[in-house]
Design a protein around this ligand. Structure first.
Ligand SMILES: *[C@@H]1O[C@H](CO)[C@@H](O)[C@H](O)[C@H]1NC(C)=O
Ligand SMILES: *[C@@H]1O[C@H](CO)[C@@H](O)[C@H](O)[C@H]1NC(C)=O
Ligand SMILES: *[C@@H]1O[C@H](CO)[C@@H](O)[C@H](O)[C@H]1NC(C)=O
Ligand SMILES: *[C@@H]1O[C@H](CO)[C@@H](O)[C@H](O)[C@H]1NC(C)=O
Length: 392
């Protein structure tokens, strides 16, 4: 999440490594560094692991069996007995939740997702704690550690799949939810699991800083699972802009969230991706509905056709149909519960003459967002959000 400038020496190291690894590798399959070199580098509080054996890794997978406070069971990847001892139910689909920068097991924004799944029931909930690789102020090493974290996640998943007795079904039912840098960990894990294919990966505002310039295999994309859905809440700032899933949802225009008072505080906007997703898990929630648009660029230019109907509405979040394809724009309320349900969106259809004209500003300033009128807050069309769009 909020990246801090790294210390100068760390930045130099990381840039060197990045340059070396980008030059040397294109695909995770060949990511065994130059000459299979292992790296374990520590700089103050920052640990960088590259090609370290997973047994040495600082990753911790916890099965969360119940909503009981602090109830968690470590899954020891090198010890199949620990899986038997855990309360995982091999007959249920498994959800893996991966936090982002400076997260941890009980990190509230992502642990909310675990709690929501447990309340709903019907799945095994596993949380990956990779804080030793992603702690502050080590953003650059955290970026590089997504590689090690992804590779070792794949190893643990293989073990779990074997343990389940039905590996194909295990992977088919598997759903990884990754927030920010965690989304890229999921992408790497997928690359290492081939030929198995993960059923679904949900990317929650996949991290942008440093990923913008990396090669494709470093980023979460539609090749990484049978279904990849992405929720964007802070594009161009902490979250990446491009739509690379099967279904990409841009919430409230994708950059500034009403719950943050449309302010430019990046972390606040970024953190709403897991908040929206957690809310979407409950079948009792009103739900988040999006409407299609050709692309983000069309949306930014105000060219999206305003044709809202129950037919073209698509639900965002946990209950998004896996057949969904394309780019969708979603509006939410200002405070939890954020989902608006479908009916108000259809009832609120702007008339045709409200199509924005070229005289309307596309890129607004902070001043505009301060003047954002309360009365229009609930459902803006998917044409042009009043808070505008980031400057690319
Ligand atoms: C995991 O299992 C291995 C092999 O049984 C053991 O050596 C190691 O100490 C265990 N790790 C933890 C954290 O329990
Ligand atoms: C785990 O449990 C299964 C079924 O009860 C058993 O067949 C298997 O040997 C156990 N594995 C270990 C490592 O204890
Ligand atoms: C980073 O994580 C640490 C430990 O969990 C926490 O104390 C700190 O407040 C976090 N910093 C931010 C900016 O979230
Ligand atoms: C948004 O503004 C309201 C009222 O001005 C305030 O109570 C709330 O704390 C603000 N929210 C954030 C996230 O800053």
């Amino acid at each position: 999440m909020a990246p801090r400038p790294p210390s100068r020496s760390l930045a130099a190291l990381v840039l060197t490594l990045l340059a070396a690894s980008c030059a040397a590798v294109q695909r995770p399959g060949s990511l065994i560094g130059p000459g299979g070199t292992k790296y374990e580098v520590t700089f103050g509080p920052c640990l960088l692991h590259l090609n370290e054996p997973c047994a040495n890794s600082r990753l911790k997978f916890y099965h969360i069996p119940s909503l009981d406070e602090q109830d968690h069971r470590l899954l020891n990847a090198s010890d199949a007995e620990s899986l038997n001892a855990s309360q995982l139910d091999a007959s249920l689909p498994t959800k893996i939740i991966i936090h982002g920068y400076n997260g941890s097991l009980y990190y509230e924004p992502t642990f909310k997702i675990a709690k929501a799944y447990l309340s709903e029931g019907g799945s095994n909930v596993v949380v990956l704690d990779w804080r030793a690789y992603s702690n502050m102020p080590c953003y650059p090493s955290a970026v590089l550690n997504t590689w090690q974290a992804g590779r070792c996640t794949a190893e643990v998943l293989q073990l779990l799949a074997k343990w389940s007795g039905a590996p194909r079904r295990f992977f088919f039912d598997l759903h990884i939810i990754g927030f920010s840098l965690g989304a890229h960990v999921a992408g790497f894990a997928s690359a290492y699991l081939k030929p198995f294919r993960i059923g679904r990966i949900t990317g929650l505002d996949p991290a942008l800083p440093f990923f913008a310039s990396l090669s494709r295999s470093w980023k979460l994309d539609a090749n990484d699972a049978r279904f990849v859905d992405v929720i964007h809440t802070n594009v161009g700032v902490l979250g990446k802009i491009d739509s690379t899933g099967h279904a990409d949802f841009y919430v409230n225009g994708g950059t500034l969230q009403p719950a943050c008072n449309n302010s430019h505080r990046p972390l606040c906007n970024h953190l709403l991706a897991p908040a929206y997703f957690a809310e979407s898990i409950s079948r009792k929630a009103r739900g988040f509905y999006g409407f299609p648009c050709q692309s983000v660029l069309y949306f930014a230019l105000g060219w999206c056709e305003e044709k809202r109907s129950a037919k073209n509405a698509v639900q965002m979040g946990e209950h998004c149909p896996t057949s969904t394809r394309g780019v969708y724009f979603v509006n939410t309320g200002w405070e939890a519960p954020f989902g608006l349900g479908l009916d108000p969106l259809l009832a609120d259809q702007p008339e045709a003459e409200e199509t924005p004209t070229s005289t309307e500003p596309i890129f607004t300033t902070q001043q505009d967002s301060q003047e954002f009128p309360e009365t229009t807050r609930q459902t803006q069309g998917n044409t042009l959000h009043p808070t505008g769009f980031p400057i690319f």
